[in-house]
Design a protein around this ligand. Structure first.
Ligand SMILES: Nc1ncnc2c1ncn2[C@@H]1O[C@H](COP(=O)(O)OP(=O)(O)OP(=O)(O)O)[C@@H](O)[C@H]1O
Ligand SMILES: [Mg+2]
Length: 255
């Protein structure tokens, strides 16, 4: 059986700049796969390539074994892929409900639409309470929930997420990761997520890939990557910061 999503030796160029180099990934139904890598390693380029916003100069992206070459973003979404873009990007001057409805453009029929809205409100009760509130006035964590809800409105089998926890407070980060796990377990939706925080991402993912300057350098089960010395080295800076933070919190807790 073909993978849900496949990159087969994909190259992407921005003019002369070679942003993805012979990149291959596979995401199977029901998986959570994280994409790790430092700044400018090609993570967002990967996500944009999936959605047909950026086109490979060679190689192929396939959904269910069929190449997406030449398809529009709308056609790719109809094949079951939804996206939670970088920095969430909800429509700030539209209400929560209007934002959700934007995500539903592949859905036909009022009753289906109503049922889909109710599903999101059940999954994210905060959105239900605030359905008439303008999205731009919600907190970062609430906007992230809205971005998830909006993505789910198109009945995806795979959601691609570009740094869903970026800029959120640690407690909200935990809520977002828990929500991603629920979306995966309860709705059976596969998740391909970009994350800067390797440890957090690997704690909820089944598998991971590590990109560096446009190339896949490491790939494997999340628990193996989590204990891989090379990952620990690569993310030493972040780990130190976390250690300092934990130490500070620890001493404050003792007071
Ligand atoms: N439209 C573009 N034109 C030219 N170069 C681009 C374009 N988009 C991205 N790049 C370059 O491609 C490289 C990869 O960018 P990309 O956004 O994929 O990185 P990233 O891994 O998502 O980084 P970050 O962690 O900072 O979000 C960078 O060097 C970037 O400057
Ligand atoms: Mg990026």
């Amino acid at each position: 059986m073909s993978a849900l999503l496949e990159f087969d030796r994909v190259n992407v160029h921005y003019g002369h700049f070679h942003a993805l180099r012979d990149v291959s990934y596979t995401i199977d139904s029901g998986e959570i796969v994280c994409l790790l890598g430092g700044n400018a390693s090609g993570k967002s380029t990967t996500m944009k390539t999936i959605l047909g916003l950026v086109h490979p100069s060679s190689g192929e992206v396939r959904i269910d074994g069929e190449a997406t070459t030449g398809l529009s973003t709308a056609q790719i979404i109809r094949r079951g892929v939804a996206s939670v873009p970088e920095a969430r990007r909800v429509f700030p001057d539209m209400t929560i409900e209007e934002n959700l409805l934007v995500g539903a453009y592949t859905v036909r029929g009022r009753s289906v639409l109503r049922a889909d809205l109710e599903q999101q409100y059940e999954l994210f009760p905060r959105l239900a309470e605030r359905r008439r509130q303008l999205a731009g006035t919600m907190s970062g964590g609430e906007q992230q929930m809205l971005a998830f809800g909006r993505a789910l409105m198109s009945h995806p089998r795979l959601i691609c997420m570009d740094e869903p926890t970026m800029g959120l407070a640690p407690i909200v980060v935990d809520q977002v990761l828990e929500t991603i796990t629920r979306i995966n377990r309860e709705l059976g939706v596969a998740v391909f997520m970009v994350e800067q925080n390797a440890e957090l991402a690997l704690s909820i993912a089944h598998r991971g890939y590590v990109l560096a300057t446009g190339e896949v350098r490491l790939a494997g089960p999340a628990h193996e990557l989590l204990h891989d010395e090379r990952i620990r080295e690569a993310y030493l800076g972040q780990r130190d910061e976390a250690a300092v933070e934990a130490a500070i919190e620890g001493t404050e807790g003792q007071r």
